[in-house]
Design a protein around this ligand. Structure first.
Ligand code: UDX
Length: 435
């Protein structure tokens, strides 16, 4: 059957769709995937498996010839089977004719490579060329979905580029949809990983959500956000995973030197729910308490003593110090560098919520610095005021959060106590002089 005939004959598309057993997606889309590399091939074949009509394009004629002849360009478990099935079902096609594929598409997925340049920057020249081709060839309303990893801010420029080059009457929206595929388990990852969709168009978000609905119905988490946050998500995900890997790599060297068993260590760490590093991850003013600061320094010290490098841990300790310093700098910036005689309300004194422990709490650093420069501190904490009073007696301890705010020039929330999270910050504004 000719591709063109298939794409035009909606009744036929529906009957082919119903014969697909793996997924049932009634709202089948005509899709074009640009770049049949690792990411494009996985995405294209999975979308075809979900019942969509997918044309995968690539500038490499030999790659397209190989794919059409059943020769897989990469090894990835399960990939050959779903490519074969998609082709057999006439849901998946391979061509170098990118213009035609763009013209027939409701959704265009861009998955061209963005290799690293010599200076560590990302080379997005292929993406720029492809966007121009899309702009000149798309017809009707089209969702353009970028899957290529791009530097934060790129998609705002892509929108400008589309505006500049698009044909008269062409309607489109842009979505950034990063991929989190690990080679070796990419097909599985595609089906279980979070689906992050960034766009400034609700219509496009809805269309992409519908496209992914077979996976969402099976439990895939879905995140709708803006373009910039979605771009940052990809880099954050990889950098965070890399940080964890490097932590274990350096720990392994130290274990080797001191005679500890890294395998047991890593397995034991994975057993504890609490140690899941992405669970309950929230930013805060810095690390405190009786354990983290002391234990991290002790381990770094051990490493130095036995002649090992634990750069990642040293960096974490340094980053924490700088972060705490930044909290103080921010307060001073907001107070135009003059805190003398100013009233500073401090909510939260313990190093974290639900404890009265103030050891290494960031509140201590902040209060001491401000007091030293002549500020008037009005503090409140649901549990930790007694402990803080023993350490710093000469500040005003208030009976409630509201009292601490009276005539305050600035409010600093140090600890995330539940009672502070319910406060309406707009109401607070009326109670303070300078907020
Ligand atoms: C993907 C992402 O797209 C990349 O941004 C991310 O950082 C890593 O994963 P990947 O699929 O691994 O890249 O890249 P690659 O295997 O190089 O495939 C890209 C394909 O796009 C190649 O087959 C290339 O021939 C094709 N291509 C490139 C085009 O079809 N058109 C172009 O203009 C440029």
């Amino acid at each position: 059957m000719k591709l063109k005939t298939l794409l035009k004959n909606k009744t036929l598309i529906l009957s082919v769709l119903l014969s697909i057993t793996a997924y049932h997606s009634l709202a089948c889309k005509n899709m074009c995937v640009i770049g049949a590399g690792y990411v494009g091939l996985i995405a294209g074949s999975k979308f075809a498996q979900m019942g969509n009509n997918v044309i995968c394009t690539d500038i490499s004629q030999s790659k397209i010839n190989d794919l059409n002849n059943g020769i897989k360009p990469i090894f990835e478990p399960g990939l050959q089977a779903i490519v074969k099935e998609g082709m057999h079902q006439e849901k998946l096609f391979f061509t170098t004719d990118v213009e035609h594929a763009i013209q027939t598409a409701d959704i265009i997925i861009v998955a061209v490579g963005t290799p690293m340049g010599k200076d560590g920057s990302s080379n997005i020249s292929a993406l720029i060329n492809v966007i121009e081709t899309i702009a000149k060839n798309m017809q009707g309303y089209t969702v353009i979905c970028i899957k290529s990893t791009v530097p934060i801010g790129t998609n705002k420029n892509v929108l400008l580029q589309l505006d500049e080059h698009c044909a008269p009457g062409a309607l489109y929206d842009l979505v950034f949809n990063p991929e989190f595929l690990r080679e070796g388990s990419a097909l599985k990852d595609f089906s279980i990983n979070p689906i992050v969709l960034g766009s400034n168009s609700q219509k496009a978000l809805d269309i992409m959500t519908e496209l992914y609905s077979p996976l969402i119905e099976r439990g895939c988490p879905l995140v709708h956000t803006d373009l910039t946050t979605a771009e940052a998500f990809k880099y954050t995900w990889n950098s965070f995973r890399m940080t964890r890997i490097m932590f274990v790599n350096e720990l392994a060297c130290l274990c080797n030197t001191v005679g500890a068993d890294i395998e047991t260590l890593v397995t034991s760490m994975s057993m504890s729910e609490q140690s899941m590093p992405t669970k309950n991850l929230k930013p805060g003013p810095g690390i405190g308490g009786s354990c983290f600061p002391k234990d991290s320094r002790a381990l770094a010290h051990t490493a130095r003593k036995v002649g090992e490098r634990f750069c990642i841990l040293e960096a974490v300790i340094k980053a924490d110090q700088l972060h705490k310093q930044k909290m103080i700098t921010t307060i001073y910036d907001l107070m135009d560098n003059n805190v003398r005689g100013k009233k500073v309300a401090i909510w939260g004194l313990s190093f974290k919520a639900n404890t009265d422990d103030i050891r290494d709490s960031v509140a201590i650093k902040i209060i001491k610095k401000l007091l030293g420069n002549g500020a008037i501190i009005q503090a409140y904490d649901p549990q930790a005021m007694k402990n803080m009073h023993a350490l710093i007696p000469d500040i005003c301890y208030c009976t409630c959060a509201e009292k601490a705010l009276e005539d305050a020039d600035i409010l600093v929330i140090v600890t995330e106590w539940q009672e502070f999270t319910h406060v309406d910050l707009k109401t607070i504004k009326t109670k303070c002089v300078n907020l």
